[in-house]
Design a protein around this ligand. Sequence first.
Ligand code: ARG
Length: 262
Amino acid sequence: MSKKVMFSALSIILLIVLAACGGSEGSGSANAESESSESKGTLVMGTSADFPPFESFNPEGEFEGFDVDLAHKIAEELGYELEIKDMKFDGLIGSLQSDRVDMVMAGMSATEDRQKNVDFSTEYHHSGEMFVTTKDSNIKSLEDLEGKVVGVQLGTIQYEGAEELKKEYNFELKSMDQATTLIQELKTGRIDVGYMDKTVAEGYIEEQGLAGFDDPTTSSPGMAVAFPKDSDLKEDVNAVIEQFLEDGTIDELAKKWELTED
Ligand code: ARG
């Protein structure tokens, strides 16, 4: 290769590298002022990708699920790029409070307790609660839970709910970081029962040949997008969710991910 050819090859590579760097610089957080004609910047969404069909990883290691699709559609409608960050469910509220993410979509129930620390959008899905067991289990009601080990995901409303139920039904509570671990522990017999959102439980029951029964005591609120307190984003996202509820977009996604409404 002549020196001249090599020089121009090197400058082309340099140009490509510079262009690539420049490209990512333009995208700030959704809170940043930066605005271009194509994209308003990047919307950073926190989730806990252990909760199919709402959020999980596909075999290629990409995020997928109802919340993931809905988040992409919301971002697109509002003119943002979307970046998804996976974290422990238990850390999501904290990451909103410290502005590390612009919003959270994680099948999160819009409880009054959480509303002290974060704001919620309009609810987009409602799920009850369910106890999941192995197929051959003889645990079929709350009364059968006595002396058994019940697993719940840390930071969830089910964890709080189980702490209350345990006083009456005398079971042992075991907390786990991830909903997926809960199912593994159930299948390997390290816990007797898993307690979780009914919509998610039903998916696992069908897919993994498990069994379960409804929690008759539950009265949890629906799932919604969470924001840092007083975030400007909330109104914009609400407008889009309301539009999607009306024009059938949410129904379509619910069908795609086989969500059962409770
Ligand atoms: N709906 C329950 C809650 O808000 C559980 C949500 C768990 N979500 C998850 N991505 N693991 O507490």
